[in-house]
Design a protein around this ligand. Structure first.
Ligand SMILES: [Zn+2]
Ligand SMILES: [Zn+2]
Length: 155
């Protein structure tokens, strides 16, 4: 699978050279504020599989709901947020699926923080959903867990 995307003005382009570890729809207040929408769609993937000029985006440091740093990377020209990095998620990025050229190529594996889901939004029947975060062991595929282990030990 080759997933490509970029910011609204085209100054920053990227290509994902592996499939997502997992795709989150996050309905937390921070993601609602940052996107201006009801939730964000994040592709959780190792940074080494995000092919881009990583010096190009600007970043701002926020404090995540957990109290740990959350760095948000965006185009300095048009302001489109491309990905985030959470201090506790190792050398991984959370790529905004809405910046893909073909965003229909991915769909959420799990909806998180639905305790703050906007009340008019209904999730698809049978969608996997958690009030806040889940534990990786109960949701992730064996393959993704193994990839994360390898990433942690190599980085
Ligand atoms: Zn741009
Ligand atoms: Zn969130």
């Amino acid at each position: 699978m080759s997933l490509e995307g970029g910011c609204a003005c085209g100054a920053i382009r990227y290509k994902l050279s592996a499939s997502p570890l997992i795709v989150h729809a996050c309905h937390c207040r921070d993601c609602q504020r940052l996107t201006g929408g009801p939730f964000v769609i994040n592709i959780w993937i190792e940074k080494r599989f995000v092919e881009a000029d990583h010096a190009a985006p600007r970043s701002s440091r926020l404090t995540g709901g957990s109290g740990h740093p959350h760095d948000v990377y965006f185009c300095g020209d048009c302001g489109t947020t491309l990905w985030s990095r959470y201090a506790r998620a190792g050398d991984c990025l959370f790529v905004r699926a809405g910046t893909l050229d073909n965003p229909e190529a991915v769909k959420p594996d799990v909806h998180i923080f639905i305790r703050t889901k906007l009340p008019w939004l209904s999730l698809p029947p049978g969608a996997l959903a958690y009030p806040s975060m889940y534990t990786l062991d109960e949701v992730w595929s064996a393959e993704s867990k193994e990839r994360l282990r390898q990433n942690a030990s190599s980085g």
